[in-house]
Write a protein that binds this ligand. Structure first.
Ligand code: UDX
Length: 470
């Protein structure tokens, strides 16, 4: 089938490449001419595991092409996906400017029947407004249908999520559009749920808000565990083993970030208020998420006493592993909190250093070239993003390089017993702190040889997939 995707960001580009992979002929469209030029030259503007090869393969097979012309995209495809950004405004509501502009532009070039699919995350009733706009700006005799088809892919494992989705939600009230949409998704062999447009739009905000709620729930529990001497990981295992609850998205940590959860929870709060049915539970989800980072810094302060002038190494800047995305990253916020308190922060991220530098997100931070460089002479190491690279590091070497072997693990990546045996003073989330044996003795030992394999602390986490692949 011939498909055009308007918007070549994370969602648009990955979706387009996956549609091409299953045999469709796909045009990815963007009004950023530099981006289109780069894509035509084989340069991928984002880091997503496997994406570069996927794009190359499908471009070579002539199933994937790029354009800046909306007319070309609309003329040559029977299905047009809208995957443009829907950023948050200051009050949390969604800025729909890009969607509205695309609807107007499409209307001006629409000559025959097309299915127009909204893939961007939008407030309920946006589909109706897109249809109104196309009717208002288009030619009266041209037929079209607007469909809602929310996307549930996660950055870092977008390819797997798209190729093997749990479900495909299609919101439509037109049989003609539904038949075409089913052909689009046939090759994926996944369960298809058909709903009305409003329900499909609501499903996306409700799903992301529920996942954020799960994270805040376990984070609130982590505080109770710390205060009562319980272990949040055991508690998560215990409650997650109940199939009705499930273990995934119950990993306690510094809280959720990224381009979706913070924005979508805020949007859902705003939408619910606009339609006269406020959703205060979600305000609490936001509050816990913010408080979790504050609690972490308070513990850091309790241990180090004064943060000013302390040399703190931070591992991780991206909002989660396996991405270069630093948007609304808790790690970035944490670095800035520490810098504001006067700490000397040296940070390292396997993929995020460049972005942080480019966008000047952490003024005053020193960016190290490697994780081991970052900890040289550090008084404390803070782990903010659970990259598998950090789990595989030679911890004995880390110990040797640090000035004082204190580790604050904001993602529960390391095993407390191992850290204790290595001599670290180790703090994590919702688990009791552990203190190593006599510091001096172990530091001397570390200088000789601890003889410990660097890879032994890695454990899979439980997001439904192994850690690192979200
Ligand atoms: C999310 C949704 O999962 C996806 O379905 C939707 O399409 C887009 O938004 P994404 O933002 O890519 O995907 O990342 P996700 O893996 O969901 O993680 C979001 C944040 O939650 C990250 O900051 C992550 O560190 C945090 N998180 C996740 C936790 O703190 N604990 C968990 O148990 C899981």
């Amino acid at each position: 089938m011939k498909i055009t995707i308007i918007g070549s960001g994370y969602v648009g580009l990955v979706t387009g490449a996956c549609f091409a992979e299953v045999g469709h002929e796909v045009i990815c469209l963007d009004n950023d001419t530099r981006k289109i030029k780069a894509l035509r030259n084989g340069q991928i503007p984002i880091y997503e595991p496997g994406l570069e090869q996927l794009v190359q393969r499908n471009v070579s097979a002539h199933r994937l092409s790029f354009t800046g012309s909306i007319e070309e995209g609309v003329d040559n495809s029977e299905v047009i996906f809208i995957a443009v950004p829907t950023p948050a405004q200051v009050d949390g509501s969604v800025d729909l400017t890009y969607i509205e502009r695309v609807a107007r532009e499409m209307a001006s070039v629409l000559k025959e029947y097309r299915v127009i699919v909204d893939k961007s995350t939008v407030p309920v009733k946006t589909g109706e407004k897109v249809a109104d706009t196309i009717r208002r700006y288009g030619q009266a005799e041209v037929e079209f249908d607007v469909v809602s088809n929310p996307e549930f892919l996660r950055e870092g494992c977008a390819f797997a999520d798209l190729m093997k989705p749990d479900r495909i939600v299609i919101g439509s009230n037109s049989e003609r559009a539904l038949t075409i949409m089913k052909r689009v998704y046939e090759p994926f062999m996944a369960p298809i749920m058909v709903t009305d447009i409003n329900s499909a739009e609501l499903i996306k905000h409700a799903a992301n808000s529920f996942l954020a709620l799960k994270i805040s729930y376990i984070n609130a529990l982590s505080a109770i565990c710390e205060a009562s001497g319980a272990d949040v990981e055991k508690v998560a295992e215990g409650i997650g083993a109940d199939k009705r609850i499930g273990r995934s998205f119950l990993n306690a940590g510094l809280g959720y970030g990224g381009s979706c959860f913070p924005k979508d929870v805020a949007a859902f709060i705003s939408i619910s208020e606009q339609i006269g049915e406020p959703f205060p539970l979600l305000r609490e989800v936001q509050r816990i998420n913010q408080y979790q980072r504050e609690r972490f810094i308070n513990r850091l302060r309790d241990t180090l006493w004064i943060l000013k002038e302390k040399r703190i190494a931070v591992w991780g800047l991206t909002f989660k592993p396996d991405t270069d995305d630093v948007r609304s990253s808790v790690a970035v916020d944490l670095v800035n909190d520490l810098i504001r308190e006067g700490a000397h922060v040296t940070a390292y991220d396997p993929k995020g250093n460049e972005r942080v530098q480019e966008l000047n997100l952490c003024p005053g931070v020193h960016l190290a070239g490697s994780a081991l460089d970052a900890v040289r002479d550090a008084e404390t190491l803070v782990l903010a993003t659970e990259w598998p690279d950090f789990a595989a590091i030679d911890l004995a070497e880390v110990y040797r390089r640090m000035h004082t072997p204190i580790v604050f693990d904001g993602r529960n990546l390391f095993d407390p017993n191992t850290m204790r045996d290595l001599g670290f003073q180790y703090y994590s989330i919702g688990r009791l702190p552990t203190k190593g044996n006599s510091n001096g003795q172990l530091r001397r030992l570390a200088n000789i040889d601890l003889g410990i394999s660097p890879k032994y602390t890695w454990r899979p986490r439980h997001n439904g997939v192994t850690q690192g692949s979200r």
